[in-house]
Design a binder for this molecule. Structure first.
Ligand SMILES: Cc1ncc(C[n+]2csc(CCOP(=O)(O)OP(=O)(O)O)c2C)c(N)n1
Ligand SMILES: [Mg+2]
Length: 365
């Protein structure tokens, strides 16, 4: 298993990617931002302000380290647990939060489940809810880029559970045969809802499945941002140069529930969770930066306070938005509204029935 930075922050200087200090600090900032956002979003769901949330606490290094290795022209086909990759690529925090509210500031006008955002402008395809469907889409897009002689690559994120889906095998095979420039980033967070990875496969590792499809498979410590970055960068460079796809298995842990609808205390021991808490990706990066003389406790306290404020204030602003105008329910079905849809809209508006604006003042921030 590839590891560059250990749990205590010590590192292998021969393997350490040569990233400028500013980039390392920006990466750390993003790790903390994603964690801060995640914690707030889950409590917004618990308070009844948003309907649903999929947390990604514990998996931040997999998200940020891999996104750092991509260029703007590359495509991302995510699952539902990679908000950090979207934020790294420039997806606005307020849009991400508004999407969970499904209010007038949400470009999707509440038509998608929370967490299912996306944007063509950052080449971040809207989240696939069905497990694994994004994998074949990523391969198709990568193959198209190859045919068009564009030098973009596609990176798709999926979980350990998704490796049991037909789409995973079809996508891997196709990419292997056609050398489609795809990075298969499997976030092995040990669980697929309540199914442990040991029950998911008879293979020793997930990465070894790559060999059967004629591509390299890399297994790495997914809580080590530098290992994630270095391996993804190598895979991206190889794919861009025509060397074909790579599968990466990031070994990490889903610290929280599968989603806001899940109670993991019913199926996994707390000792397991505690053991993984000691391998926290953010603590590790902080210790690494401290060892390199780039970080201090004061700076850390200041950063956390700043990001807490940023997230809280953004939520407050987003909450000021009303629900989407009711007319949006009828739009975007056809390029030009058909007479039937128009008639329905007019009848609805004439009925005087409007969605009540929700008052979210029960739990002041
Ligand atoms: C095709 C399909 N089957 C089942 C589900 C229900 N489901 C949603 S997430 C999930 C588990 C996926 O686990 P994994 O791939 O390990 O990703 P993780 O949630 O751990 O990030 C399941 C079974 C679904 N959404 N789609
Ligand atoms: Mg999983």
């Amino acid at each position: 298993m590839l590891r560059i930075v250990d749990v205590d922050g010590t590192y292998d200087s021969k393997m350490e990617p040569k990233l400028p200090a500013e980039v390392l600090k920006t990466a750390y900032r993003h790790l903390v931002l994603v964690r801060t956002l995640d914690t707030r979003m889950l409590s917004l769901q618990r308070q009844g302000r948003i309907g649903f949330y999929v947390p990604s606490t514990g998996e931040e290094a997999c998200q940020i380290g891999s996104a750092m290795a991509l260029e703007k022209r590359d495509w991302v086909f995510p699952a539902y647990r990679e908000p950090g990759a979207a934020i790294w690529r420039g997806f606005p925090l307020e849009t991400l939060i508004a999407q969970a509210y499904g209010n007038a500031q949400d470009p999707q006008y509440g038509r998608q489940m929370p967490n299912h955002f996306g944007s063509a402008s950052i080449r971040y395809v809207t989240t696939s809810s069905p497990v694994g469907t994004q994998i074949t889409q990523a391969v198709g897009t990568a193959w198209a880029a190859k045919i068009r002689k564009e030098d973009s690559v596609s990176l798709t994120y999926f979980g350990d559970g998704a490796t049991s889906e037909g789409d995973f095998h079809a996508g891997m095979n196709f990419a292997g045969v056609f050398k489609a420039p795809t990075i298969f980033f499997c976030k092995n967070n040990q669980w697929a809802i309540s199914v442990p990875v040991a029950k998911q496969t008879a293979s020793k590792t997930l990465a070894e499945k790559a060999r059967a499809y004629g591509m390299d498979g890399v297994r790495l410590d997914g809580n080590d941002l530098l290992a994630v970055y270095a391996a993804t960068k190598a895979a991206v460079d190889k794919a861009r140069a025509g060397g074909g796809p790579t599968m990466i298995e990031g070994v990490t842990y889903r610290m929280g529930p599968h989603s806001s609808s899940d109670d993991p205390t019913r199926y996994r021991p707390k000792e397991e969770v505690e053991a993984w808490a000691r391998r926290d990706p953010i603590d590790r990066m902080r210790k690494y930066l401290e060892l390199k003389g780039l970080w201090s406790k004061d700076r850390d306290d200041a950063l956390r306070a700043e990001l807490d404020d940023l997230v809280q204030n953004t939520i407050k602003e987003v909450e000021r938005n009303p629900p989407p105008p009711i007319e949006t329910l009828f739009g975007d079905v056809f390029a030009d509204m058909s007479p039937q849809v128009k008639e329905q809209m007019e009848a609805y508006l004439a009925s005087g029935e409007r969605r009540r604006p929700e008052v979210l003042d029960k739990f002041p921030l």
